[in-house]
Design a binder for this molecule. Sequence first.
Ligand code: ATP
Length: 201
Amino acid sequence: MTVKKLGIIGGSFDPIHIGHLNSAEFVYKALGLDKVLFVPAYIAPHKIGMEFAAAEDRYRMTELAVEGCPYFEVSDVELKRSGVSYTYDTVLELKKQYPGYELYFIVGADSVPQLSTWHNIYGLLHEVTFVAVARPGYDKAFAKAREDFGGLGEEKILLLKMPELAVSSTDIRERVKNGAPVDGMVPEAVRDYILEKGLYR
Ligand code: ATP
């Protein structure tokens, strides 16, 4: 029996952008995943106290971004749980929802240096394989952070080199605030949603 592979990409998605979508697509193809789940955080642990668009808006934009793609789905597991969205808790829930799947957690390489601060990171490394996709300027920090986990890091944190897209949600929020266009940085439906709802003004 072939084991099924589930990709998971978590984030604030405030808003979701082509960097997220590209990474998911790239890992989907490179690792032969069966599906990628986008999991908008209710409250991302490393962003406690910061201001966000409402969880419902971030969730809806994520839905709009994956619409029409048969192997991308959005999960409401963190929104339903509410509180601080620890990935370890999410992964335990997803394991129940997807029995028999191998789990691959997709992150930008910029997230790897912070992994040691993640709640129950060693438990998490036993449950999932991290797949880090290169993001501009983070290669060295990635290698160092991975080494810090020793053999477990080598086994469970992969780096995939992919054409880098220098786009971030922070850039997009800033541009919208300044009235600059965000075409090409987010899917059209997401751009329209941002404008209709007046987000990030
Ligand atoms: P912000 O600018 O608000 O901090 P962000 O653009 O980094 O947001 P998040 O929702 O925090 O987006 O990121 C979710 C995940 O996607 C993280 O693992 C992050 O490293 C990754 N990611 C974000 N942007 C890119 C990109 N351009 N290329 C590759 N990975 C990305």
